[in-house]
Design a protein around this ligand. Structure first.
Ligand code: PEP
Ligand code: MN
Length: 366
């Protein structure tokens, strides 16, 4: 249930309402929006009577039930106002949100060695990316496949961060590694396979670091939002959702089915920012630029793209990785099309004239 306070309600009055509704079963949460303050009531709200609550103060504009199983993640909980997740990087604050330029996260599937991660980071930065991705702990289907270099890879990510100023996105698999990963990561990634690892999700509530929650490969949109709810309910409001494709019957030509319809659907359900990962979503580099652009058209707030200096030699996910040159060309196209979909482009210069555009198109579809 949410209690919407009128514009310019005095703080004391808000506090009075919070104290009145607080009980063993109900936790009120004050949400400060751009124009209004909302008090979210979470817990056993079935017994609450909205009309009675309305009587608590003349400053209450309205009282509404949230009929979805996810509460804090619901659009109603912020009265329709999109959440902005702020990520501090050495290069400045990067904002994930609907009213901001599209954020680009790029880098290899896994961190392989110092040279490759630092060089990739440099190229990602030069192309206009704001965050470097790279796995230190890799969730692999086979126990015999490369599992990531672990702690030493975290140190290499820290190095790449220092050299380029890019923020770092890296995956946490084991709650025991939380402190180590949080020290290096500016955003902690929770992979598709751990989307419903509830004890891991609860641990993320204890920190304030932004969390990129990937959609489980067989998760419904509601399962996914309930997983986000775990993080929000345990105290961390900085959750970013990442669509990375789901399992369907066709695996012959694509690795997953990128569910781009999830983007507009999520917009009707949640205030949380959205990232689309067309690399895992398709599994093939040749389809990544098309689906990245389609994600922009669908309204994503950010893209996550796997980029490797030599995809043929990558230790994981080479077939779906773009080369730095392909990534650069894609970034130019994204900058060009973003304004058409109501997004400011990033700081990249817009290509001017038909000749430029042709060059970009050819380059990204190599
Ligand atoms: C990854 O980002 O490299 C990864 C393993 O992703 P997912 O959890 O979506 O499979
Ligand atoms: Mn990968």
């Amino acid at each position: 249930m949410i209690v919407v306070m009128k514009i310019d309600t005095p703080d004391l009055e808000i506090q009075k309402v919070i104290e009145e509704v607080q009980s063993d079963n109900i936790t009120p949460e004050k949400i400060i929006g751009e124009h209004k303050v909302i008090i979210g009531l979470v817990g056993d709200t079935a017994t609450l009577n909205p009309e009675q609550i309305q009587q608590l103060s003349p400053f209450i504009e309205k009282v509404m039930k949230v009929d979805k199983p996810f509460k804090r993640a619901s659009l109603e909980f912020r009265h329709g106002e999109p959440t902005e997740v702020l990520v501090s990087t050495p290069n400045g604050v990067v904002i994930f949100g609907q009213n901001h330029p599209i954020v680009s996260i790029a880098g290899p599937c896994s961190v392989e060695n110092e040279e490759m991660i630092v060089e990739t980071a440099r190229q990602v930065k030069a192309a206009g990316g704001q965050l470097l991705r790279g796995g230190a702990y890799k969730p692999r289907t086979s126990p015999y496949a490369f599992q990531g270099h672990g702690e030493s890879a975290l140190a290499l990510l820290a190095k790449a961060r220092e050299v380029t100023g890019l923020g770092i996105v890296t995956e946490l698999m084991d709650p025991a590694d939380l402190a180590k990963v949080a020290e290096v990561a500016d955003i902690i990634q929770i992979g598709a396979r751990n989307m419903q690892n509830f004890s891991l999700l609860k641990q993320l509530g204890a920190i304030n670091k932004p969390v990129l929650l990937k959609r489980g490969m067989a998760a419904t949109i509601e399962d996914w939002l309930m997983a986000a709810e775990y993080i929000l309910a345990s105290g961390n409001p900085n959750v970013i959702l990442c669509e990375r494709g789901i399992r369907t019957f066709d695996r012959k030509y694509t690795r997953n089915t990128l569910d781009l319809a999830a983007v507009p659907v999520l917009r009707t359900l949640t205030h949380l920012p959205i990232v689309v990962d067309p690399s895992h979503g398709t599994g093939k580099a040749e389809y990544v630029p098309t689906m990245a652009k389609a994600a922009v058209a669908a309204g994503t707030d950010s893209l996550m793209i796997e980029v490797h200096p030599n995809p043929a030699k990558a230790l994981s996910d080479g077939p779906q990785s773009l080369t730095p040159e392909q990534y650069k060309a894609l970034m130019q196209e994204i900058a060009f099309i973003s304004p058409v979909f109501g997004r400011q482009s990033q700081k990249l210069p817009l290509p001017t004239g038909v000749v430029d555009l042709k060059i970009h198109k050819t380059a990204s579809t190599v």
